[in-house]
Design a protein around this ligand. Structure first.
Ligand SMILES: NC(=O)c1ccc[n+]([C@@H]2O[C@H](COP(=O)([O-])OP(=O)(O)OC[C@H]3O[C@@H](n4cnc5c(N)ncnc54)[C@H](O)[C@@H]3O)[C@@H](O)[C@H]2O)c1
Length: 371
């Protein structure tokens, strides 16, 4: 039994298929809408066995499926990787009538999605997310991007990208069987974000069921993916190209991207988001948008699901608050207006705040342990 969610509007519309066998779902997609010529499977090296099974499934239909692998690291989510993959697609004879099938977490999804958006000015894309984080967030909604390394070695996260909706996103809980617990917990961070944005009951569900999810209970994972994905789908449907409301999905991310800019070697994206949520909630509390008790209950929920709430949980000597504050300027949401933060408001929900008081911004850094 699987569940389908529709995301976006035609011609930029995805089907999100939850709880369906990944090999079969990709086969069915290419049977119902055949590709012209070879298709490319761009896969994380960590899930090459799954990618191979998807390839065999397609070859059984007489489809020329070519496997290209990449290493999933923030520093390989890059132009260099996209260039190397494009050269492989050209060598394999993939044309505009082909399809890119991304098999991996958010790093492969963002990189292969950007390749699909730009190779020969765009071709079809199918996403097969293999991390919880990618199932509930990264693979949904058609945002693709690569990072850029700055002259001082910092990472400008998602500095170059494109909107391009995948036609299908297959969320098969069985693909998570090899995912380490720490990565499962990273996915829970984006679920907590979705709970804060629009689904208060989801926070309670997570407090009660997170351990079943981390323990790879298939039914719990499918239920969570459907519920958390629905929050994102509703927002993307109302604002597909981030003219307004979609920016709220960046809750916690201005702090998270600054953390990742400096500490991508020790802190994973989901962990940076968890710490960023605490910082944003602290700022919101300073500005009287939420009760102080909400900061404490957020910290308690994150700790309960095994996520960090302070930089020191993962980095012995984190950068100074001043350095991290400077990195926030890199964030593309700055949009020429000074700093813009997404901040929680009320028991559930959030809004954009332009030029928040500097004292409150620094209180956010202090709350997560930056001196
Ligand atoms: N496009 C969007 O809207 C969007 C939204 C949220 C996050 N993101 C991006 O997503 C990225 C983070 O994604 P992620 O957390 O999935 O990280 P990831 O892709 O790095 O995967 C995490 C780790 O798990 C490994 N892995 C993946 N699937 C596995 C499996 N099934 N078994 C064993 N190991 C596996 C990977 O090799 C990697 O080491 C960030 O770059 C972030 O910016 C994008």
């Amino acid at each position: 039994m699987h569940q389908d969610l529709a995301c976006g509007r035609p011609p930029q519309q995805s089907v999100i298929r939850i709880g369906h066998d990944a090999v079969d779902a990709v086969r069915q997609a290419l049977m119902s809408r055949p590709a012209g010529g070879p298709v490319a499977i761009v896969a994380d090296q960590a899930v090459v066995a799954l990618a191979g099974r998807i390839g065999h499934g397609l070859q059984g239909l007489g489809i020329d499926a070519r496997l290209c692998t990449m290493v999933a690291e923030e520093r390989t989510k890059s132009f260099e990787t996209v260039g190397s993959l494009a050269a492989q697609l050209l060598a394999h004879g993939v044309t505009r009538a082909g399809v890119v099938i991304a098999v991996g977490g958010g790093i492969v999804g963002d990189t292969a999605g950007f390749l699909a958006a730009t190779y020969m000015r765009g071709l079809r894309c199918i996403q097969v997310p293999t991390t919880l984080l990618a199932m509930v967030d990264a693979a949904i909604g058609g945002k693709t991007a690569v990072n850029v390394v700055l002259r001082d070695g910092s990472l400008a996260k998602n500095a170059v990208g494109a909107f391009a909706m995948p036609e299908l996103v297959v969320c098969d809980p069985a693909t998570l069987v090899t995912l380490p617990p720490r990565e499962m917990q990273c996915g829970l961070a984006e679920c907590v974000k979705h709970a804060l944005l629009a689904d208060a009951g989801l926070a309670e569900w997570l407090a009660a069921n997170a351990m079943a999810v981390v323990g790879k209970d298939t039914a719990a994972i499918a239920g969570l993916v459907a519920r958390a994905a629905a929050v994102k789908v509703a927002i993307v449907d109302r604002d597909p190209t981030e003219q307004g409301e979609r920016a709220l999905l960046n809750l916690g991310h201005t702090y998270a991207h600054a953390i990742e800019a400096r500490h991508d070697d020790r802190i994973k994206h989901g962990e940076a988001v968890a710490i960023g949520l605490v910082a944003a909630m602290t700022v919101a509390s300073r500005l009287g948008r939420v009760r102080h008790a909400q900061v404490e209950s957020l910290q308690a929920l994150l700790e309960r699901v095994g996520l960090p709430t302070r930089l020191q949980d993962l980095v012995p000597s984190p950068d100074s608050a001043a350095t991290l504050r400077r990195c926030m300027e890199l964030d593309k949401k700055r949009a020429g207006k000074g700093l813009v933060l997404v901040l929680p408001e009320g028991p559930v929900g959030s809004g954009l705040v332009e030029a928040p008081p500097e004292e409150a911004v620094m209180a956010g850094w202090s709350a997560v342990g930056a001196a």
